[in-house]
Write a protein that binds this ligand. Structure first.
Ligand SMILES: Nc1ncnc2c1ncn2[C@@H]1O[C@H](COP(=O)(O)OP(=O)(O)OP(=O)(O)O)[C@@H](O)[C@H]1O
Length: 352
């Protein structure tokens, strides 16, 4: 699936502006943005339900309207509440089987796939929102599509339902399927997505593989020592060059366990005052990206892409520039957003 220059204006309000992104085949791509950022409108344009003001969207190389058997190419879950409340789950699916030209037997098979067989004869009006989400997914699966487009499918799912959906989509992608799943909560897709497209105010903020994002925002260890320069040398000699001097004199070290740092410090006779591990909360990163309040450099951008102005990875505000801040060779070009710092460890624990 490819979206290029997609734009949608409703009167004088531009809901989606010149949006371009790619959903890698075989991936589960999380389509993230705050409420009202234009996700549903974009998915509507991708699925031929909303006419773009400008731009194009392709599924399997062609616009949706040119797919010969659309239900056998792409299944969509857009509004789980749209099913008729008086219909039973089985009847609902049989109606759709007829509409898309697949055998009736697909209804029972799809119900089984989503674990709804016991509710086949129950009226949809009695279903919980979670059951409706499963039914909507069963409907999307009738044509055995290679692509799934899901708009906030986690709404109404309890944690067990979420875990089930995650496992289902992972298996679907493992079998060669491609998934585009929208959410306004990164945590909902974090454990299944291998690719992310993040929008805010209808424009692209970032697209990246999950691995690159995680790599760009790894946990780090802050080390207070008597001789930071010597400790940096010790680390570099051991091949650890992702080291940055902090304004307060500590070293920020990425990719090395505190115990190993302590070993190297001992070897080089550098006295340690304490270490603390800072973990990155990716949800914070996402919020920082989409609120646009933070300014800074971004390691999350794939090469060749420029971050939009106002974007930056500093949830705590723009990075402070201290005179004399020293950058060690091989260190990261910028700091990263760290949340949930653990208390310093070791004798004489170091405080900012
Ligand atoms: N048919 C419409 N007419 C006018 N404005 C619309 C229409 N559909 C969407 N919008 C507006 O476009 C913007 C984007 O809405 P959209 O539903 O695409 O966002 P979203 O990211 O899916 O949000 P949510 O998570 O709340 O569903 C919003 O400001 C919305 O009010």
């Amino acid at each position: 699936m490819v979206v290029h220059g997609l734009t949608k204006a409703f009167g004088d309000h531009t809901a989606v502006a010149n949006l371009s992104f790619l959903v890698p085949p075989g991936s589960i791509t999380g389509f993230l943005g705050p409420n009202g950022s234009g996700k549903t409108t974009t998915l509507g344009m991708l699925l031929g339900l909303v006419r773009p003001t400008a731009g194009v969207a392709y599924i399997d190389g062609v616009p949706f309207s040119q797919l010969e058997h659309p239900a056998q190419v792409v299944g969509a879950v857009l509004d789980a509440r749209s099913a008729h409340p008086k219909h039973t789950a089985a009847t609902h699916l049989q109606v759709y089987c007829a509409a898309i030209g697949v055998p009736d037997t697909r209804a029972a098979e799809s119900l089984d796939l989503v674990g709804l067989t016991p509710a086949a004869r129950r009226r949809i009006g009695e279903f919980s929102l979670g059951m409706r989400q499963r039914l909507a997914l069963a409907t999307a699966l009738l044509g055995q599509p290679r692509y799934l487009v899901l708009d906030e499918p986690a709404n109404g799912l309890d944690p067990e339902g979420m875990a089930w959906l995650r496992d289902f989509l992972l298996a679907y992608a493992r079998n060669g399927g491609t998934v585009l799943i929208s959410s306004h909560i990164l945590r909902e897709v974090e454990q299944m997505a291998d690719h992310l497209v993040i929008i805010s105010n209808g424009t692209l903020v970032a697209q990246s593989s999950m691995a690159d994002l995680r790599n760009a925002y790894r946990s780090r260890v802050l080390v207070a020592s008597a001789d930071p320069a010597r400790l940096a040398t010790a680390l570099a000699a051991a091949g650890h060059t992702d080291v940055q001097a902090q304004p307060d004199g500590r070293l920020a070290v990425v990719g090395v366990e505190p115990d190993r740092i302590a070993e190297l410090a001992a070897e080089y006779e550098v006295k340690l005052f304490g270490t603390s591990v800072e973990h990155v909360d990716l949800e914070q990163v996402f919020l920082a990206m989409t609120t646009g309040r933070y300014v800074g450099t971004t390691p999350a951008y794939p090469q060749g892409q420029q971050p939009p102005s106002g974007y930056g990875p500093y949830p705590g505000g723009p990075p402070q520039q201290y005179p004399g801040t020293q950058q060690y060779p091989g260190a990261h070009p910028g700091q990263q957003p760290y949340a949930g710092s653990q208390p310093p460890t070791g004798p004489g624990g170091f405080h900012r």
